[in-house]
Ligand binder design. Structure first.
Ligand code: ATP
Ligand code: MG
Length: 427
């Protein structure tokens, strides 16, 4: 035998045992988007590297060291998308979606970052993302946060997550704050770790994000961003807080929340949990009022967020999820070639009549015993049996694998009626 080929480190297979949970999350998310009037947009997984450099920022972790970048055969530099916002804006501009109108959009799909793989942090991971364009006020910020809060309820994880909120102010006020912060850290240069020394030159706000315990006292005592907010941003933030208060959504203002991407301004937020260890952020986002213009469009305000699917899925309680049933309703056994052919036709007729029926047809032959074993293993409620006796009389034997009903034989013509009433499924 030749050597087995393994998947790439940090890129996961999602196996059939797990996919129902993924589907559950995706379904709930789709429902939520419909409920709030957001429309789906799809864009490619690969874009010109330039797009991410110009939007996310040259000196961010993502662009400096996490992108999968390669040369196309014609020499263009391309990158696997590390996030969705840049491509979403690019698509909107390219197709004139923002021309004199507002847009509420969502997307889902894989993102790629060359990070150190660990639990909750992968090199291919999936995001559900939402963006709204052309809404300057805090109303849409509040809407998005309320929408996520509703999703946590739908997924049964509301008790496991909490909201952190901050305002980064305008680009100008952040620049002014940046100088003050740099001066402060320069003064205490000897206390900075190597990571922070590097960030001091490149992206000093990110020092506030440091998880190094030795740096915490220094960071706590640093000048706070909120104190330097411009008036418009401060007002925006107060209004957002009062909208959230009115909606009964609790939050913690975290003045150290800065986010890793350059394009944010004003509102930023994160939903965090303490149930997933170090990778505790399940959803993160904020306002990016400058990005559309930065990418060549007309100045357009924007707000958005993205959630990590893997982290969401691992938060969902098995018990609550099991209420959703993905097992087949029935397993169709057929003995002998004539029965097999007929079973295949009958199965199709059942599916025609009952589009919601989940029916598994035995394929590959086998004796009664081995087919029964497969029926049991499938988790189906009923075994439908078509053997010589039944064939002769145009009948089907039905065995309730849960043991609730007596075994019975019905005429083939009433099979769909039986399934419909026995399983209480809608046609
Ligand atoms: P983190 O602080 O965890 O590195 P981030 O600030 O890089 O997250 P964003 O770029 O804002 O995250 O992405 C939004 C969400 O996508 C995160 O909150 C997280 O749930 C998820 N996410 C980001 N990177 C990864 C990854 N490498 N693997 C799995 N999920 C991820
Ligand atoms: Mg990250």
């Amino acid at each position: 035998m030749s050597k087995l080929i393994q998947a790439i480190r940090g890129m996961n297979d999602i196996l059939p045992d797990e996919t129902p949970k993924w589907q559950f999350v995706e379904e709930q998310f789709r429902k939520l988007m419909a409920a709030y009037g957001y429309a789906e947009i799809r864009f490619p997984i690969v874009e010109k590297t330039e797009l991410f450099k110009r939007s996310i920022g040259e000196v961010t972790d993502i662009v400096e060291k996490e992108m999968y970048t390669f040369e196309d055969r014609n020499g263009d530099s391309l990158s696997l998308r590390p996030e969705g916002t840049a491509a979403c804006v690019r698509a909107c501009l390219q197709h004139g979606l923002l021309y004199n109108q507002t847009r509420r959009l969502w997307y889902m799909g894989p993102m790629f970052r060359h990070e150190r793989p660990q639990k909750g942090r992968y090199r291919q991971f999936y995001q559900l993302g939402v963006e709204a364009f052309g809404f300057p006020g805090p109303d849409v910020d509040a809407e998005m946060i309320m929408m996520t809060a509703r999703l946590w309820k739908q997924l049964g994880i509301a008790d496991s997550v909490s909201l952190e909120l901050n305002s980064l102010g305008s680009a100008e006020s952040r620049r002014a704050y940046r100088d003050i912060l740099v001066a402060y850290f320069e003064e205490h240069r000897e206390q900075l770790d190597s990571d922070s020394l590097r960030r001091l030159e490149t992206n000093p706000l990110r020092i506030l994000d440091s998880k190094n315990p030795d740096m915490q006292a220094l960071i706590e005592a640093a000048p706070k961003l909120n104190a330097y907010l411009d008036e418009a941003s401060a007002e925006h933030f107060v209004k957002l807080c009062s909208l959230l208060d009115a909606a009964g959504i609790s939050y913690r203002v975290n003045s150290r929340l800065v986010r890793g991407l350059d394009y944010y301004s004003k509102t930023v937020f994160e939903w965090v949990t303490d149930k997933l260890g170090a990778q505790g952020t399940i959803c993160a986002g904020g306002r990016f009022d400058g990005l559309v213009e930065q990418l060549g469009g007309r100045a357009t305000t924007a707000m958005g967020f993205a959630m990590g699917m893997e982290r969401l899925v691992s938060l969902i309680d098995e018990a609550q999820f099991e209420q959703q049933d993905y097992a087949p309703h029935a397993y169709f056994l057929a003995l002998g070639e004539v029965a097999e052919n007929q079973a295949m036709q009958l199965a199709e007729q059942c599916r025609d009549a009952l589009p919601n029926l989940r029916l598994l047809l035995n394929c590959g032959g086998g004796g009664m015993k081995s087919q029964m074993k497969k029926a049991d293993r499938s988790g189906a409620r009923f075994a439908l049996i078509l053997a010589e006796n039944e064939l002769a009389r145009d009948e089907i034997t039905i065995k309730d694998l849960s043991g609730e009903m007596e075994q019975q034989t019905v005429s083939q013509s009433t099979l769909t009626t039986f399934l419909q009433s026995g399983l209480k499924i809608q046609g």
